[in-house]
Design a protein around this ligand. Structure first.
Ligand SMILES: Cc1cc2nc3c(=O)[nH]c(=O)nc-3n(C[C@H](O)[C@H](O)[C@H](O)COP(=O)(O)OP(=O)(O)OC[C@H]3O[C@@H](n4cnc5c(N)ncnc54)[C@H](O)[C@@H]3O)c2cc1C
Length: 504
C-alpha cells in the first residue's frame, strides 16, 4: 500500500518536473568521485553519468580544509590514483593534491560531467521504475533540481563538510578570545602576536602547530593523551634514485607504490606481532628529535598499542623542531573549563590564550545527510549488512566508497571503481536493471558485528558514530576488514553470481 502510494508520488513528480536522467550519478567530487568518473569513462564508456557536489569546486577534503599547513599524512604514491603517476614529494599540500586532481579532470575531459553547488537532499529508489530519483538544491540560486539515475555511486566521504566536531566545555561562551575549528578556518584570522592553544593530538594538530609556530607569540598543543608519530624526510629515496636513472614516471609510480605498500604491511604486521617493541621504536624516534627537558613519557608515550589509531607522519620532524626551537610546547592534561582569558585544566594549571583551535575531529556523517527511501520506506542504514563494505543488503543499485584508515583511502577507491564498472557490465550482460545484496539462507545465522572492529581501530569520530553504520558479517562477502591486502584479492575475485547479489 505504502509502496504503491510512493511510486504514484514518484510518477507525479516525474510528470510535473523536468527530470534529467543518467545511467550513473556520482555523489561527490573529492578524490573518490573524480576517480569514479575516470574509471566509468574508461571502463564503461557507453554509460552516461554526472558528478554532483555541494561545494564550488572539486577536491572534497582538500578543498574544505584550508587551515595553515594543510597536507596529507599518507604518501601520494598510494594516495594518488593507480592510473596517474605522482611526481612530487610523498607528503603533499592540499593545493598540490588539488592540482593533481585537476590534471586528471583535464586530461580525461571529466569537467563537462561535473556540476558544482548541487547539494543532494534526497534519493528515492523505485523498484517499479528501476531507478533512483535524486533531489538537489543549487546552493547559489536555491533552485530545486531533479535527477534520475540507474545507479548511485556514493563518493561523499564520511564526515560533514560544513562543520567539524567540537566538544562542549563549560565556560566556552565566557572566553574572550576566538575559538576556531580547523575545518572552518576563518580567512581573516591573524595570529601575529597571539597566544594560541591547539586542542587535539591527531594529524591535524601535528600539521597546524609547526605551520603557525614562529608566526604567533606561542603555540601550545594541548592533548588529553599522546599519539604515535613517525618522522622522516619528506622524500622517497627509491623514487629519487629511479628518477636519476631516467626511468619512466609510470614505472616509478608502480614500483614505489609496491615498496610503500610492502613497508606499510610490514609495519602493520609488526603492530600485531610485537606491539611493545614497535611502540618503543616509535617513541625512541620522537625522543631523538626533542631536547632532553621534554618529558617524552608524559607527552609522547601513548596508552594504546600502535595502529589502534592512525599513526601521524611528521615530515622533516617539523613538529618537534617547533618544540626544540621554543616556538611550541606540549601540555598533556584535561580541560576543566574555559575562563575569560584561556583554559583551566583539571590539574589546576591554566593556559592563557587569545585563540583556541579545536582540532578535535570530524562529525561523522552517514550517506552525505541524504534522506534515502526505498520504495517509499526510509532506509535504516544501520540495519543493513554490508557486501564487501561497498554495497548494502536491501539497497539496490548503490555502492559507497569507504576507504582505508591504515592505508591510503584511494587504494580502495580504485578497487571499488573496478568493481562497480565490472558490476555494471555484468548487469548489462545479464539484461538486469536492478541488483540488490541479500543474505542467502546460509548467511542468515551468521553473527553480525559492527561496521568496524573497534578493538582493531578506534578513533573517536568512528566510535561516536558507530551506531549509525551498517553491520558486517563474519565471512565473505559480508566482511569489512579494512585490509587492502585482503581486498585487492577479494574484490576483483568476488563472484557476482553466488546468490548474494539478486538481479532483477
Ligand atoms: C584533513 C584531512 C587529512 C586527511 N589526510 C588523509 C591522508 O593523508 N591519507 C588518507 O588516506 N586519507 C586522508 N584523509 C581522509 C580523507 O577524507 C580521504 O582520504 C579522502 O580525501 C576522502 O575522499 P572522498 O572523495 O571519499 O570524500 P571527501 O573528500 O569527503 O569528499 C566528498 C565530497 O562529497 C560532497 N558531498 C557530500 N555530501 C553531499 C551531498 N549531500 N550533496 C552533494 N555533495 C555532497 C562533499 O561536498 C565533498 O566535496 C584525510 C582527511 C582529512 C579531513
Amino acid at each position: 500500500m505504502e509502496n504503491r502510494a510512493a511510486s504514484a508520488e514518484t510518477r507525479e513528480i516525474e510528470r510535473t518536473a523536468h527530470t534529467e536522467h543518467f545511467d550513473v550519478l556520482i555523489v561527490g567530487a573529492g578524490i573518490s568521485g573524480i576517480g569514479a568518473a575516470f574509471h566509468l569513462r574508461t571502463e564503461c564508456p557507453d554509460k552516461s553519468f554526472v558528478v554532483l557536489d555541494a561545494q564550488e569546486d572539486f577536491g572534497g577534503t582538500w578543498l574544505t580544509h584550508r587551515y595553515p599547513g594543510i597536507r596529507s599524512d599518507s604518501d601520494l604514491y598510494t594516495f594518488g590514483y593507480r592510473f596517474k603517476p605522482w611526481t612530487g614529494t610523498p607528503i603533499a599540500t592540499a593545493r598540490e593534491i588539488r592540482r593533481y586532481m585537476g590534471e586528471v579532470i583535464e586530461e580525461n575531459d571529466l569537467g563537462r560531467h561535473i556540476r558544482y553547488r548541487h547539494r543532494i537532499s534526497s534519493a528515492s529508489w523505485s523498484s517499479e521504475n528501476r531507478r533512483w530519483t535524486i533531489e538537489a538544491t543549487r546552493t547559489d540560486t536555491g533552485e530545486q533540481l531533479r535527477f534520475s539515475a540507474g545507479f548511485l555511486w556514493m563518493c561523499q566521504g564520511y564526515y560533514r563538510h560544513e562543520r567539524g566536531f567540537t566538544p562542549e566545555w563549560p565556560g566556552m561562551d565566557r572566553f574572550g578570545g576566538r575559538i576556531v575549528h580547523p575545518q572552518t578556518w576563518p580567512e581573516d584570522l591573524d595570529l601575529a602576536g597571539k597566544r594560541v592553544v591547539v586542542i587535539g593530538s591527531g594529524a591535524t594538530a601535528a600539521t597546524l602547530v609547526p605551520a603557525i609556530a614562529g608566526k604567533c607569540a606561542h603555540v601550545t598543543l594541548l592533548q588529553r593523551s599522546p599519539t604515535y608519530f613517525i618522522t622522516g624526510r619528506n622524500a622517497n629515496e627509491l623514487a629519487d634514485m629511479l628518477r636519476g636513472l631516467e626511468i619512466p614516471e609510470e614505472w616509478i609510480h608502480e614500483i614505489v607504490r609496491r615498496k610503500v605498500l610492502a613497508d606499510q604491511a610490514a609495519l602493520v604486521q609488526r603492530s600485531f606481532s610485537e606491539p611493545e617493541a614497535l611502540a618503543r621504536d616509535l617513541i625512541a624516534g620522537v625522543r631523538a628529535q626533542l631536547p632532553p627537558e621534554v618529558d617524552v613519557d608524559r607527552h609522547f608515550t601513548p596508552r594504546y598499542q600502535p595502529w589502534r589509531q592512525r599513526i601521524a607522519f611528521v615530515p622533516d620532524a617539523d613538529l618537534f623542531r617547533a618544540v626544540r626551537e621554543g616556538h611550541a610546547s606540549v601540555v598533556t592534561d584535561e580541560i576543566d573549563g574555559f575562563t575569560e582569558t584561556g583554559i583551566r585544566l583539571k590539574s589546576g594549571d591554566r593556559l592563557e590564550a587569545d585563540v583556541v583551535v579545536t582540532a578535535t575531529g570530524f562529525d561523522l556523517c552517514v550517506l552525505g545527510d541524504i534522506a534515502f527511501t526505498i520504495d517509499g520506506r526510509p532506509l535504516e542504514f544501520h540495519d543493513t549488512v554490508t557486501w564487501h563494505a561497498t554495497m548494502f543488503t536491501g539497497v539496490p543499485n548503490m555502492a559507497w566508497v569507504f576507504g582505508y584508515f591504515r592505508a591510503s583511502w584511494t587504494l580502495r577507491a580504485d578497487l571499488i571503481s573496478d568493481f562497480v564498472c565490472r558490476l555494471l557490465r555484468h548487469m548489462d550482460a545479464r539484461g538486469a536493471t536492478q541488483v540488490t545484496p541479500r543474505l542467502r539462507p546460509q548467511d542468515r545465522e551468521m553473527s553480525l558485528k559492527p561496521w568496524f572492529d573497534l578493538e582493531n581501530f578506534n578513533p573517536g569520530y568512528v566510535q561516536r558514530g558507530m551506531h549509525l553504520m551498517p553491520k558486517q558479517g563474519d565471512r565473505l562477502p559480508w566482511r569489512h576488514t579494512q585490509d587492502y591486502w585482503n581486498d585487492r584479492g577479494d574484490l576483483p575475485a568476488a563472484d557476482l553470481d553466488d546468490g548474494s547479489l539478486v538481479y532483477e
